[in-house]
Design a protein around this ligand. Structure first.
Ligand code: NAX
Length: 328
């Protein structure tokens, strides 16, 4: 039988965790044949609540779930993990400036990067969902010098899925027949959802949609601001959809994406498309067997270029801010 995979989840008692853990244990991440061992990290005050979640995991009697460990010390919880899903982060509270937020999260992601560097398995992959996701991934990566940089990524798959869903809503074409959508840049309001290379039902998406005014003034802002729309409607931020995207991203990274399509992942830039080297920037990528490569040679028009550069500029600012704070 296949070797069990050790998966760490941080912020496991939070609302994304409450959906994510059950999907992982049910086999949605690694398929129906691979047993999983969960290693869950929380801050001390949330451990009691996490114990309750573990009771529920037990009560599901998932055949694939071999063990669950919990704790508040990343140096213990990350021991031997093959996959680390860094979901827990410090949310912005009233009166908190952007610098304060970067600093609070910096403390978390420096410590977690160091712990992964020290105790994770040699084949570890690290996916960051907790916000500001791109810069948190940059901090963790910079504090884990022995882990290859291509093992770190930040989540823009939720934005990618939101883009697919909006295109489906506009055209009625099933999401399975919508391909090659790209989210460029930061997981923030400056992200650029790009349909210039996309295909809908085998035809260029721009021909099917044939309405650039809609793309610019409805599609792009709807995708980029979807998180706020969900908070307004639900009174809480997206959780089940964020968990689902976290699963999709890790699944495709470890097991491969469809050959006639690509996915969006924020990864360390190698300078492709003129994006500053080393920024954690969302690109179109193809994945197989635990590695990814940036899709090359896409033609970039002026409309796209301006938006790709604007979201890169925001990430450069965030990188400068955490550099000044001594976090990277
Ligand atoms: P919750 O506040 O419900 O849960 C976060 C959990 O993290 C809490 O239980 C908290 O105790 C824990 N935590 C805080 N510091 C920790 C630390 N140092 N170690 C371990 N655990 C720690 O938030 P939730 O709704 O689950 O969202 C989690 C993160 O995902 C937030 O940063 C959120 O902004 C981010 N999101 C990212 C998305 C993306 O697409 N990249 C979309 C959804 C979501 O907004």
């Amino acid at each position: 039988s296949p070797t069990p995979v050790k998966i760490a989840v941080t912020g496991a008692a939070g609302q994304i965790g409450y959906s994510l853990l059950f999907r992982i244990a049910g086999g949605d991440l690694l398929g129906p044949d691979t047993p999983v061992q969960l290693q869950l990290l929380e801050i001390e005050p949330a451990l009691k609540s996490l114990e309750g979640v573990v009771m529920e995991l037990d009560d599901c009697a998932f055949p694939l779930l071999e063990s669950v460990e919990i704790g508040s010390d990343p140096n213990v919880v990350f021991e031997g993990v093959n996959l680390a899903l860094l979901v827990g982060a410090r949310p912005r509270s009233a009166g908190m400036e952007r610098g304060d937020l970067l600093e609070a999260n910096g403390a978390i992601f420096t410590a977690q990067g160091k712990a992964l560097n020290a105790v994770a398995a040699d084949d570890v992959r690290i996916g960051v969902t907790g916000n500001p996701a791109n810069t948190n991934a940059l901090i963790a990566m910079s504090n884990a010098p022995d882990i290859p940089r291509d093992r770190f990524s930040a989540l823009t798959r939720l934005d990618h899925n939101r883009a697919l869903s909006q295109l489906h809503g506009r055209t009625g074409v099933p999401v399975a027949d919508i391909r090659k959508v790209t989210i460029w840049g930061n997981h923030s309001a400056t992200q650029y959802p790009d349909i210039f290379h996309a295909e809908i039902d085998g035809r260029p998406a721009v021909d099917v949609i044939d309405d650039l005014e809609w793309v610019e003034n409805t599609f792009i802002p709807t995708v980029a601001k979807r998180g706020s729309a969900i908070i307004d409607a639900r009174g809480a931020s997206s959780a089940a959809s964020a968990a689902s995207a976290t699963i999709d991203a890790a699944h495709d990274w470890l097991l491969g994406s469809q050959t006639d399509d690509w996915v969006s992942m924020a990864v360390a830039s190698d300078g492709s498309y003129g994006i500053p080297e080393g920024l954690i920037y969302s690109f179109p990528v193809r994945t197989s067997d635990g590695s990814w490569s940036i899709v090359q040679d896409l033609e970039i028009n002026d409309f796209s270029r301006a938006r790709m550069d604007a979201t890169a500029a925001e990430l450069v600012e965030e990188r400068d801010a955490v550099t000044k704070l001594g976090l990277i």
